[in-house]
Design a binder for this molecule. Structure first.
Ligand code: SAH
Length: 366
């Protein structure tokens, strides 16, 4: 068992089971032993890989999207560009390079990285030094300095702690992590108390009447992010872009997964040593954003978005400049856009203060 696993076994033995969300928060963000606390887990030789690390084209197209967003906001100066969970900083570095096409933006921009991991802050600092723009860090979205803003998040929402509920005897109950009754040296899932009516109301309406035995996920973190954006965007105009994996419509089922060295591993066996994520429920995210007064565009698939942002043209230009990298660039394009790769499971959604022009990348006919 891992260090966090041992501590959980001891604490659960003393105090009883914890919710899936509490388990996930501790496994990922415990300041000493959490998965994100001590190292950079993102890269081909690490635990998992993400779109900006697969290809510079991804961040570059996001950069062009930011240029249009800045223009739609009326070219404010200063202008806040924030990224939630920037990982290695690759997406921001590529985006800023592409945004140099709009010199006014680079002169006006002030970058804030919202990052929980001390280890990743160091990596981000190194990646972004050459970009030569003002960069600061914040621990939470609410601490991004005030002003007109564009806020980005790639694979950020999927690692926010998720609650799980199981329908049993006609009622939704919290799914818990406790001790395995057959082997108290191991963790096991179990069911806890019946959800309060307020908590049961957090389950997507389409899932509430699911049959006994069904599992539904609740994503309180998404709601917090939406509320923070709504509060911010009523003060100063802004626009947010999220790219993540998950279905367009709510689905029942356990989507919590653990990834270590690019392989799926058991969620409970060694907490703190594997990445934990759960699928984003884009329909609920969109509904919460509309309810909070934001304009919503999407979700569309990552393939649709990148294609409308011109990824084929960008790939052709890269190829012309690097003819010796033909296979590599073709493979990157395929990984980002193919339906069996990241093209359809990954979705893109934009949340904006009301009344801005429609953002690029979300044309229904594209
Ligand atoms: N966007 C990057 C990294 C994705 S991994 C990429 O695409 O490569 C998730 C990132 O979110 C990590 O940087 C992690 O440390 C950060 N993170 C997760 N939850 C967070 C939270 N609540 N506050 C701040 N950062 C968080």
């Amino acid at each position: 068992m891992s260090a966090i696993g041992d501590r959980l076994l001891e604490r659960i033995g003393r105090e009883g089971p914890v919710s899936v969300a509490a388990f996930m928060a501790e496994a990922l963000f415990d300041p000493r032993d959490g998965f994100y606390a001590t190292k950079n887990p993102i890269g081909a030789g690490e635990d998992f890989i993400t779109a900006p690390v697969i290809s510079q084209m991804f961040g570059e197209l996001i950069g062009l999207w930011c240029v249009q967003a800045w223009m739609d906001l009326g070219q404010p100066r200063p202008f806040r560009l924030a990224e939630l969970g920037p990982g290695t900083g690759a997406m921001m570095a590529d985006a800023l390079r592409a945004a140099r096409a709009a010199p006014g933006l680079i002169d006006a921009v002030d970058v804030t990285l919202v990052e929980a991991s001390a280890a990743l802050k160091m990596v981000q600092g190194r990646t972004l030094t050459p970009a030569g723009v003002m960069t600061g860090w914040a621990d939470r979205i609410e601490s991004v300095p005030a002003g007109p803003a564009v806020i980005l998040g790639n694979e950020f929402l999927d690692c926010l702690p998720v609650r799980q509920a199981v329908k049993s005897g006609g009622a939704w109950r919290e799914r818990m992590v406790g001790l395995d009754p057959e082997d108290p040296a191991r963790l096991a899932f179990g069911t806890g108390p019946v959800l309060s009516p307020e908590d049961a109301a957090l389950i997507a309406p389409a899932l509430r009447d699911a049959a006994d035995g069904s599992l539904a996920e609740i994503r309180p973190g998404d709601r917090q992010v939406v509320d923070a954006l709504a509060a911010r965007f009523t003060q100063h105009p802004g626009r947010a872009l999220f790219i993540d994996y998950g279905p367009a419509e709510p689905e029942t089922g356990d989507t919590l997964q653990a990834l270590k060295a690019h392989e799926k591993v058991d969620v409970l066996s060694e907490p703190g040593t594997a990445d934990l994520t759960a699928r984003v429920d884009f329909a609920s995210l969109a509904a919460a954003a509309r309810e909070a007064g934001l304009d919503v565009h999407g979700p569309v698939t990552q393939a649709q978005f990148l294609s409308q942002m011109g990824i084929e043209v960008r790939a052709a230009a890269l190829l012309r400049a690097n003819p010796d990298r033909k296979q590599e660039i073709a493979r990157q394009l395929w990984r980002l856009t193919d339906g069996e790769q990241m093209g359809s499971l990954f979705k893109v959604i934009a949340l904006s203060s009301p009344g801005l022009p429609a953002p690029p990348g979300f044309d229904a006919h594209g």
